[in-house]
Write a protein that binds this ligand. Structure first.
Ligand SMILES: Cc1cc2nc3c(=O)[nH]c(=O)nc-3n(C[C@H](O)[C@H](O)[C@H](O)COP(=O)(O)OP(=O)(O)OC[C@H]3O[C@@H](n4cnc5c(N)ncnc54)[C@H](O)[C@@H]3O)c2cc1C
Length: 414
């Protein structure tokens, strides 16, 4: 017998799950909601290991969910941080073409950004670029004034506090182990007892495909983990970077390309790269998990991707093991950077959804199956876009679950 019953259970206490919980509980205050998080605190995985950038939305295909939700989410994130006293700064970013070949791509990026409605984009001359970032190199520069920085760990904690303030529950240290569908209800089995619910929203990040499979839903994608490693600029060299300096991205892999990011704390990060990880939540180079690795290597889509992009993958590995190669990539942006200026810092692991044909799922992917909503692909800029994603998922839940259309609240379990 389940220990308690709820109208809605959200699985995963990252920034996406918490925003979803906040929006659903505000939109339907009469319903009871429980959020389950396996770690001892919220925001311990992708959310707690990211770069802290409030992205402008310049990179994403016009008309995509990413473009729309990033733009809406960035404005909402700044307003949220302002309202709740969370430090943030709209400091702007410089995108740097490091050779003549990259200039057409920089111009294409400007057009994409304009199509997405990003305000204030401007190609600038060397002198102006040097006024903004006195140590940057390059041959052409695009200024993105609306990019910002914040601390998504703090944002996540605030979301959790507000969910609890709505009278709902956030249970940490509770790992979902199995999901059983019964007539009229779903039972979530965890290491801390079982919970009956009418609806489930799966926001399990690096484990979102597994959580779907627990419920007997076979996703058409597999999550493949990519670790991103950072260096920190030594304190006495932080003057080399004022704000954010990025390379021109390869639109096929917007997450590739090491860059400089000033943190809201004042630290300056260099990185991250993107190497295949052998553990979904493995933050060290040596971390290995047999189940995670065999799930990657037995997935046909992985081998198709590897066959297409082995050069890029090998380069990322090489950059990961040879600091000098990492430094050379950074020197294209800031020529004065030396290896001795960089101190190894932490890392983060990205959940990237991969299709059986080997293509990366580029856009956000949300799928509703009966009484369950699955959030299968929410890579960057999902932290920026989290408030907009929460609003969007609430609308999907309204339609998919028929919420607000005469559903009787269970009224128990609060
Ligand atoms: C290196 C890196 C840099 C990034 N930089 C940026 C950036 O600058 N700006 C930006 O906007 N985005 C950035 N992103 C992307 C952003 O951080 C993620 O898109 C976002 O955090 C995803 O949030 P999430 O809630 O889906 O996942 P997560 O934060 O990973 O949360 C998922 C949660 O589900 C829990 N969970 C999993 N399985 C279970 C289970 N069985 N039972 C209970 N709980 C479970 C996990 O413990 C975890 O807490 C970056 C990501 C990485 C990795």
């Amino acid at each position: 017998m389940p220990d308690k019953s709820f109208d809605i259970v959200v699985i995963g206490g990252g920034i996406v799950g918490l925003s979803v919980a906040l929006h659903v509980s505000r939109a339907f205050p009469e319903l009871s909601l429980l959020l389950l998080e396996k770690e001892t605190a919220v925001g311990r995985h992708q959310t707690g290991h990211n770069s802290g950038v409030i992205h402008s939305g310049i990179y994403y295909k016009p008309g995509s969910l990413k473009a729309r939700l990033c733009l809406e989410g960035a404005a909402a994130m700044c307003a949220f941080c302002g309202e709740h006293g969370i430090p943030y700064e709209v400091c702007g970013k410089l995108i740097v073409a490091t050779n003549q070949d990259e200039i057409p791509r920089l111009h294409a990026l400007l057009q994409r950004g304009q199509a997405n409605g990003i305000p204030g984009l401007k190609l600038i001359e060397r002198a102006q670029a040097r006024e903004i970032e006195p140590h940057c190199g390059g041959v052409a520069w695009l200024l993105v004034p609306s990019t910002g920085i914040t601390d998504y760990g703090k944002v996540c904690e605030k979301y959790a506090e507000l969910v609890v303030g709505q009278g709902q529950r956030v249970n940490t240290s509770t790992e979902v182990m199995n999901i059983v569908e019964r007539t009229g209800e779903t039972v979530i089995e965890s290491n801390r007892g079982s919970f009956a619910t009418r609806h489930v929203i799966n926001c399990a990040g690096l484990h979102s495909d597994r959580v779907s499979r627990m419920a007997g839903v076979a996703p058409d994608v597999r999550i493949v983990p990519f670790r991103g490693e950072y260096y920190d600029l030594a304190p006495q060299r932080r003057n080399l970077v004022r704000n954010l300096i990025y390379p021109v991205p390869d639109v096929r892999f917007p997450f590739l390309g090491v860059h400089f990011t000033r943190r809201i704390t004042g630290d300056v990060d260099a990185g991250p790269n993107a190497v295949l990880a052998f553990k979904r939540e493995g933050y060290r180079k040596t971390d290995f998990d047999l189940r995670d690795t065999s799930e990657t290597f037995t997935y046909p889509g992985f081998w198709k991707m590897a066959a297409k992009f082995w050069r890029e993958g090998a380069m990322e590995f090489y950059r990961s093991v040879r600091k000098s190669v990492f430094v050379r990539a950074l020197q294209k942006l800031v020529p004065e950077i030396a290896s001795s200026d960089l101190v190894a810092d932490g890392s983060g692991v990205r959940a990237q959804a991969l299709r059986p044909d080997g293509s990366l799922v580029d856009d956000f992917q949300f799928v509703c199956t009966g009484s369950m909503l699955h959030i299968w692909n929410v890579p960057s800029p999902a932290a920026t876009a989290s408030l907009a994603i929460g609003r969007e998922i609430t609308e999907l839940a309204r339609q998919g679950f028929g919420l607000g259309h005469g559903i009787a609240p269970s009224g128990v379990g609060r």
